[in-house]
Design a protein around this ligand. Structure first.
Ligand SMILES: [Mn+2]
Length: 328
């Protein structure tokens, strides 16, 4: 057995990256819209590692960073727009597909060949769209890939970098509980904790920080939960459900996983109306013989075997009440 399990990064790609970075290009670090902990953590980790080297750095994400992640040093550096013309290199982090930053809508020449694209990701859907690619589907998180990359580039870990990357590892592995919690994920986490990554701060801000409005919303959702005869736990969330308690759709984050902890269900489907007039579906299962990715793909979505989702554009939910007459 390998005594020190770590991700192995392709040497040729590493050399290409070193050559490119050697020219001190201006870089914009991008992550996907609607950023999760791995998107925010991997981007900030890389940002803090490159900052002291004198790069002209920009950090951009189309959507604002969740308040739960704002405890991280530098979270205020994220911009919701950036100047493409002054970026010689673009680093894409945690983007399972190149369109996921959603910056192409406002910047049609995002992928102009005059710019170097660096692509770091762990989603199996990633087609290595970059000029330099570190796509490792076996990695638990993009943060784990960044951890290995910094080691390969001999860049030291600081407490700021470590806490950021640890957030990515922590959230993408479901607090080290999902199947992707490999020996190398633990090894990366150990390295980050040793370098000053603050686990208790992450836990406090991300997992033990629920506002009252969130509980009001979750109460409504749980109250409407329904389990079908074939074991599907289904719940629908109207826009007015979250608006009426002063919450947003983001406050639903986590409730589908809570519902999925129910042993009576084979799989969980949460349908919710988003702010823009679409219906989003989140699917989860704990069952070995249920593949919720296949189910999501039928509706044009995707994801993982145990967690997936899809979007029905321009739709809304309508509750169907079924009646039957039962004779005494
Ligand atoms: Mn990720």
């Amino acid at each position: 057995m390998n005594p020190s399990p770590t991700l192995s990064l392709e040497k040729a790609e590493l050399q290409k990256l070193k050559d490119f970075l050697g020219g001190k290009p201006s870089l914009t670090i991008l992550t996907h819209a609607n950023p999760d902990g791995d998107a925010v953590g991997s981007a900030l980790g890389l940002f803090w590692a490159l900052k002291p080297l004198g790069f002209k750095l920009t950090l951009a994400c189309l959507d604002p960073i969740s308040p739960a992640f704002q405890f991280l040093a530098g979270s205020g550096e994220f911009q919701t727009d950036f100047d493409l013309e002054s970026s010689e290199g673009l680093v894409f982090l945690d983007c399972g597909e190149k369109r996921m930053t959603r910056f192409e809508d406002s910047k049609p020449d995002l992928f102009d060949p005059k710019r170097t694209i660096i692509n770091l990701d762990h989603h199996p859907t990633n087609d290595s769209f970059g000029d330099i690619n570190f796509v490792l589907p076996k990695a638990s998180s993009t943060a784990e890939i960044v951890t290995s990359l910094l080691e390969a580039l001999e860049l030291p870990l600081t407490p700021e970098i470590s806490s950021a990357l640890l957030l990515g590892l922590y959230t993408d592995t479901g607090s080290f509980q999902h199947q992707n919690t490999t020996p190398s994920a633990y090894a990366a986490a150990a390295k980050l904790v040793r370098a000053g990554g603050n686990i208790s701060k992450i836990a406090k801000h991300v997992f033990f920080s629920n506002e009252f409005k969130k509980f009001k919303l979750w109460g409504k959702v749980l109250n409407n939960l329904h389990v079908t005869e074939d074991g599907a736990a289904i719940v629908g969330v109207y826009k007015k459900d979250y608006e009426s308690v002063g919450a947003t759709r983001a406050d639903l984050n986590g409730v589908v996983d809570l519902i999925n902890s129910m042993p009576e269900s084979r799989y969980t489907v949460m349908l919710s109306e988003d702010e823009k007039g679409n219906v989003k579906a989140s699917l989860r299962t704990r069952n070995e013989d249920v593949d919720v990715r296949a189910l999501a793909e039928k509706f044009g979505g995707g994801g993982h075997v145990k967690a997936s989702g899809f979007t029905i554009p321009r739709g809304h939910l309508q509750k169907e009440v079924k009646w039957k007459i039962v004779q005494e």
